[in-house]
Design a protein around this ligand. Structure first.
Ligand code: G3H
Ligand code: 13P
Ligand code: ZN
Length: 309
């Protein structure tokens, strides 16, 4: 299956009222876990890489491994830049063959966000690449940007349509109460579905993206803590809320923390149970299998994108 943009994926998802999983990939095991799951479930999938993933592994390594994964699969895959911070990183990824980029201008003032997004859209569209933009600010940490809860702000539904029209972006990441990382809520989880409803209504069903959408799977959290970790009080988005978001017009659901958690839990357990091992293929192989299982569960029970190729 050729590398695709997210355009057709999103159109079908909107019609079918399901969502596409966008999984952050940082190394070979994660790429293999994600593609194996998508292939087994016959689900479209987005492999996304953050600027710090690119810094860690190298754009050429990540691109080459992802292309091999795509060549060995029959499902539609988009390669996406997650949280592009400036025009240059977006251009670098577009030139390297990504089919989709995110320009995250949310830290800028509204008009600056528009100008920056517009510049990326013009370049991307001239190369057949689609662009995700962000309006509103999520709390939490992404790359080196740390947005405190006080600085976070919900997306203004009245601004959303104007922003889309002025920038020409292809999808919009919104802030409705999710945040990045493992600590999303202090008390009872709460998302502003009223704001999401207004955004969908005012933008006439424009493709909406939900960041910070990991559920911080309790089973893996417990496994981390049981085998020497210390991640107390972490909490993610309950599955029923993610299902509801998918029904309401969210077509792309971003998950990174759940992959990190599955991988870390698996490695902690394996090493604790095999004190004499030095074969990295043992624990990395097991971690890859757990990521695959986790992504299969997401596709079936959260996204509903199985058998949708
Ligand atoms: O949204 C942020 C993602 O979890 C990426 O995290 O910048 O540490 O790779 P990262
Ligand atoms: P999580 O931290 O909830 O996995 O969110 C990831 C994300 O939004 C990547 O862009
Ligand atoms: Zn994000």
């Amino acid at each position: 299956m050729p590398l695709v943009t997210t355009k057709e994926m999103f159109e079908k998802a909107k019609e079918g009222k399901y969502a596409i999983g966008a999984f952050n990939v940082n190394n070979m095991e994660i790429i293999q876990g994600v593609i194996n799951a998508a292939t087994k479930e016959q689900s479209p999938v987005i492999m996304q890489m953050s600027p710090s993933a690119i810094k860690y592994a190298g754009i050429d390594y990540l691109m080459s491994m992802t292309k091999v994964a795509i060549d060995n699969s029959n499902v539609p895959v988009a390669i996406h830049l997650d949280h592009g911070t400036d025009f240059d990183i977006c251009k670098q990824c577009i030139d390297a063959g990504f089919t989709s980029v995110m320009i995250d201008g949310s830290k800028h003032e509204y008009n600056e966000n528009i100008e920056l997004t517009k510049k990326v859209v013009e370049y991307a569209h001239s190369k057949g690449v689609v662009v995700e933009a962000e309006l509103g600010k999520l709390a939490g940490i992404e790359d080196d940007i740390n947005v405190s809860e006080g600085d976070a702000s919900f997306t203004d539904p009245d601004q959303a349509l104007e922003f889309i029209q002025k920038t020409g972006c292809d999808s919009l990441a919104v802030a409705i109460g999710t945040s990045h990382g493992a600590y999303k809520f202090k008390g009872t989880p709460n998302l502003r579905f009223d704001i999401l409803e207004k955004i969908v209504e005012k933008t006439n069903g424009f493709p909406i993206v939900l960041h910070g959408a990991s559920s911080v799977i309790p089973e893996y959290l417990q496994m981390c803590n049981e085998y020497g970790g210390n991640i107390p009080g972490a909490q993610g988005i309950p599955n029923d809320m993610l299902l509801k978001a998918g029904q309401m017009g969210v077509v792309k659901v971003n998950m990174d923390t759940d992959i990190r958690l599955a991988m870390t839990a698996s490695i902690r357990k394996f090493l604790a149970e095999h004190l004499d091992t030095v074969d990295v293929r043992g624990y990395l192989g097991e971690a890859r299998d757990l990521i695959e299982q986790m992504v299969i569960n997401k596709i079936r029970n959260t996204l509903g994108s199985n058998n949708k190729i």
